[in-house]
Design a protein around this ligand. Structure first.
Ligand SMILES: O=P(O)(O)O[C@H]1O[C@H](CO)[C@@H](O)[C@H]1O
Ligand SMILES: O=c1cc[nH]c(=O)[nH]1
Length: 234
């Protein structure tokens, strides 16, 4: 047990899928894993471990934002020996050619700062995805015929943003979409010698104002979960 995860040693698999939403963790575990059992509920942050095609997998919420993800990712990597973290999250599109429900595979994640920024001092560290996971996720998306985009995303500290000028510069420089966790997850995975990838589904569009309902964000993004699982064990 750790401060924020009540699982016994051995209850967490080496492969962990991390949605922000703990209810998405419950839905994904019940839908995609064999014999899922709840391994964490501390502070309502649900985690489940089961099997996918015979391999053990944990699906554990990260909460919203890099500060929250950092707590769970640190404990999963340092205390439970997780080796692969794959975020399965929602994201807001920042390019006109990206549509609702498209999948985004995040090669890298820009940020204004992460919880790790202070250790880098003057360095603008560039967090990046594990190449093997990214390559396998692209192959899985192609095989399933899922519309997808590979490129840079933005990990924001805020959902309600007050910097339209910054968004404009990011759109101009090809950033595909915004979410709130990936830059820190990639940084922590690199620090601990683990693999990481974010597989995201577009839930809303910053330019058109389109948005999917909360029920879809919780239990409507099955392609992203299957792409993540196939990439983890390719
Ligand atoms: O749907 P999740 O995985 O929570 O991801 C996105 O949704 C939340 C904001 O609504 C943030 O956590 C953001 O990164
Ligand atoms: O962080 C997020 C996630 C989804 N949509 C957004 O606009 N921002």
């Amino acid at each position: 047990m750790t401060i924020h995860i009540g699982a016994a040693p051995g209850d967490i698999a080496e492969t962990v899928l991390m949605p922000g939403d703990p209810m998405r963790a419950k839905w994904a575990a019940e839908r995609f894993l064999d014999a899922p059992r709840q391994v964490n509920a501390v502070r309502g942050m649900l985690g489940f471990t089961g099997n996918w095609r015979g391999d053990p997998v944990t699906i554990h919420g990260s909460g919203m934002g890099m500060a929250s993800l950092s707590i769970y990712a640190n404990e999963l990597l340092r205390d439970y020996g997780a080796k692969t973290l794959i975020r399965i999250g929602s994201t807001g599109a920042m390019q006109p050619h990206v549509a609702l429900r498209d999948v985004i595979l995040a090669m890298t994640a820009s940020s204004v700062g992460t919880p790790s920024s202070t250790i880098f001092r003057e360095l603008n560290y560039a967090p990046c995805a594990d190449w093997g996971l990214l390559r396998s996720a692209v192959a899985a998306a192609e095989a399933r015929g899922v519309p997808h985009h590979v490129g840079g995303i933005y990990s924001s500290d805020t959902f309600y943003d007050e910097r339209p000028d910054l968004n404009e510069q990011m759109t101009r420089h090809g950033i595909l979409a915004v979410e709130m966790e990936t830059a820190e997850m990639y940084t922590l995975a690199a620090r601990h010698g683990a693999r990481a990838l974010s597989v995201l589904t577009v839930s809303d569009h910053l330019q058109t104002g389109e948005a999917l309902p909360s029920e879809d964000r919780e239990a409507g993004f099955g392609d992203m979960v299957e792409i993540a699982l196939e990439a983890a064990f390719a």
